[in-house]
Design a protein around this ligand. Structure first.
Ligand SMILES: [Cu+2]
Length: 146
C-alpha cells in the first residue's frame, strides 16, 4: 500500500471514530394535532436517548412549551418553563427519566418522557409526581410502556 492510500485510510478511520463518539440531536414537534389524531401533544410521547444528546423542541404549532417537573436529582434542568411558542433545546447530561409538561395544556394530557441511557432508577419519583386532569392517565400509560 502506498503512503497516500495509508493516509486516506487513517483519515477515514479517525473520522468514523470521532463521528461515532459525537452526541446526537433529536427534534420533537409541539403540536395542536398529531397524525394519529391526538390533540395538544408532543410528536413523541417517550424518547430514548443517550447522555450528551440534545433535544430541540420545535414550535410547529403555536402555543406550547416545555416545563420539566421530574428528573434525576443531580440533573441541571431549567427551573422555569420555556417560553410559550418558542423553540427550546436541552442537552441531557444525567442518566434517568425526565418528565415534562406543556404549561398551557398540562391538564389536557400534554406530558411526555425522556429516558436517558435507559436508566429508570428514578421511576418511583416520576410516577408519584403531581400531574393534572387528563395527564394523570397519560402519565400512567407512558410509564406502563417503559
Ligand atoms: Cu401545549
Amino acid at each position: 500500500m502506498n503512503r497516500i492510500f495509508m493516509f486516506s485510510l487513517s483519515a477515514v478511520i479517525i473520522f468514523t471514530l470521532s463521528n461515532h463518539a459525537q452526541s446526537a440531536q433529536f427534534d420533537i414537534d409541539m403540536l395542536n394535532k398529531r397524525t394519529d389524531g391526538e390533540k395538544m401533544v408532543y410528536s413523541q410521547d417517550v424518547i430514548h436517548i443517550n447522555t450528551n444528546d440534545t433535544i430541540n423542541w420545535l414550535p410547529t404549532s403555536p402555543g406550547h412549551n416545555v416545563e420539566f417537573i421530574a428528573y434525576p436529582s443531580n440533573a441541571d434542568v431549567p427551573q422555569k418553563p420555556s417560553k410559550v411558542g418558542k423553540e427550546f433545546s436541552f442537552t441531557f447530561i444525567e442518566p434517568g427519566i425526565y418528565l415534562y409538561q406543556c404549561s398551557p395544556h398540562k391538564s389536557m394530557g400534554m406530558v411526555a418522557l425522556v429516558v436517558v441511557n435507559d436508566d429508570t432508577s428514578n421511576l418511583d419519583e416520576v410516577a408519584t409526581t403531581k400531574v393534572f386532569g387528563k395527564s394523570k392517565k397519560k402519565l400512567e400509560q407512558l410509564i406502563s410502556g417503559l
